[in-house]
Design a protein around this ligand. Structure first.
Ligand code: GDP
Length: 461
């Protein structure tokens, strides 16, 4: 890896645990001087003489003052997260103590780490590739079973490995084709075209599968937006409260969620549903729509991944519902039809009334009757037609865009071969494909790309 960032040689320090009061707080250092810096503050024994992967209890002292009683762990290069020497100081979790410990380390020559700088060093040391490094960030913010699992899979390199094979094979072909160019007078073919065609075909299938998985990946990572719409008094706010009481998600930071709009979030089977415009539902404002088609609700529906159309079984004539469904279908809106208040008349009667309409879910928002069915159908509406049981799921928009370019160049290669274009042009297309594959895992990278990727990390990771 030729890339060296400014400050690469520095020893860096940061708080690795969240700011604020805790039982413990961990200050982490990485770099050539990491162990020396901590050793100079740790009079109890000579840390520079200790083995890797060991723990040491003692007092941390700076300029004659005891700062804290701590445990220092040592990890020596290259057997550490960053591949450099690492020292971690477990302190008592007082922000005051932690501040003093960090200051003392800085005084001894460490500098404050930038966001993601530890992981960036791990990447530059070849400990993990770029896609794996990005999965580390995803893992830290994962807040459901599904997002944890995909991030962990990607961090372990499942996604990267699936691309690595392809890249290696393409490199082999590219080399053979370029060899042909050296012998261009003699009209030889080192690279078996039938084999290349097969490889490209397989690669296309693989990238298309990955591209499809992004939709699901995005859902897993960011959640699904769902809008509850319907006429006033259909029971929207009642349903909202019932769902929230049952499944309100405890979330601190979900990417893409703005705090200025009130958004409630529920977690069903590990999928986050973000309820759009909850404030509108709650306030019974003019926003409560009279019919499907009013501009405001139209906007709301268009923003949503799924629209939950709620209607009162008693008050809704079948013809009106049919018209609404037509509207929704015409606008190609992914929707669920939910008949509310089945408790207020015989459920059988309600079902008979709408027996001519397919896929109506009958519930009572007030009593919670059949809300389990509704939730299953909400999950279905999201996963329907999407990849199921895939272990490699693309969750990152950057990877998605690169994969689109990979797929495009694969199609160009294929077309070029069909049209029997000369080897030098074919070789260019293959190189372009390799380039985009390389940007995903980081074989191809530059400062801007790395800054972009690692700036999204928290400090200390
Ligand atoms: P919104 O205008 O669509 O938000 O409707 P609300 O949630 O405010 O409900 C309107 C009225 O219908 C309220 O009096 C609710 O108590 C009542 N309601 C809501 N859900 C049910 C239900 O499942 N069964 C019955 N019987 N009444 C309900």
């Amino acid at each position: 890896m030729s890339l060296r960032l400014s400050g690469w040689d520095d020893t860096i320090v940061a708080l690795a645990t969240p700011p604020g009061i805790g039982a413990l707080g961990i200050v982490r250092l990485s770099g050539k001087e990491a162990i020396n810096v901590v050793a100079s503050l740790f009079p109890s024994k000579d840390l520079t003489k200790q083995a890797s992967h060991t723990l040491h209890v003692g007092y941390l002292k700076s300029m004659g003052n005891v700062l804290d009683e701590v445990v220092v762990s040592l990890y020596k290069a290259p057997r550490s997260y960053t591949g450099e020497d690492i020292a971690e100081i477990s302190c008592h979790g007082s922000p005051f103590i932690l501040r003093q410990v960090i200051d003392a380390c800085v005084q001894k020559g460490a500098r404050m780490a930038k966001p993601g700088e530890f992981t960036q060093r791990a990447f530059l040391a070849g400990k993990l590739d770029l896609a794996q490094a990005e999965a580390v960030a995803d893992l830290i913010v994962s807040n459901t079973e599904a997002s944890r699992k995909t991030a962990l899979n990607n961090m372990r390199g499942r996604f990267s490995h699936s691309l690595k094979d392809l890249r290696e094979q393409l490199i082999k072909f590219s080399a053979l084709i370029e060899l042909e160019l050296d012998f261009s007078q003699e009209d030889v073919e080192f690279a078996d075209r039938a084999q290349l065609k097969q490889l490209i075909e397989n690669a296309k299938i693989q990238t298309e599968k990955l591209l499809r998985s992004f939709q699901l990946g995005n859902v897993i990572k960011n959640g699904v937006s769902i809008a509850i719409v319907g006429k006033p008094n259909a029971g929207k706010s009642t349903l909202l409260n019932t769902l929230l009481n049952e499944d309100r998600a405890i979330v601190s930071d979900i990417p893409g969620t703005t705090r200025d709009t009130i958004e409630e979030i529920i977690n069903i089977d590990g999928i986050l549903f973000r309820l759009i415009d909850t404030a509108g539902i709650r306030s019974h404002s003019a926003d409560a729509i009279e019919s499907v088609g009013i501009e405001r609700s139209r906007q709301k529906m268009q923003q949503a991944d799924v629209v939950l159309y709620l209607f009162d079984v008693n008050e809704t004539p079948v013809e009106e519902l049919v018209k609404t469904i037509d509207d929704l279908q015409r606008q190609q809106i992914n929707h669920l039809l939910v008949a509310n208040k089945v408790d207020s008349l015989d459920e059988g009667e309600a079902r008979r009334k709408f027996s001519g309409v397919a896929n109506v879910i009958f519930i009572s928002a007030i009593s919670g009757l059949h809300t389990e069915v509704l939730k299953e159908r909400m999950v279905d509406a999201v996963l329907r037609d999407k990849v199921q049981g895939e272990d490699v799921v693309v969750t990152n928009a950057r990877h998605y865009h690169s994969l689109q370019e990979v797929n495009k160049s694969l199609r160009d290669i294929e077309e070029g071969m069909t049209n029997k274009i000369p080897g030098d042009l074919l070789s260019l297309d293959i190189r372009r494909c390799l380039h985009y594959l390389g940007t995903i895992t980081g074989e191809v990278s530059n400062d801007d790309l790395l800054d972009y990727v690692f700036s999204k990390f928290c400090i200390g990771k």
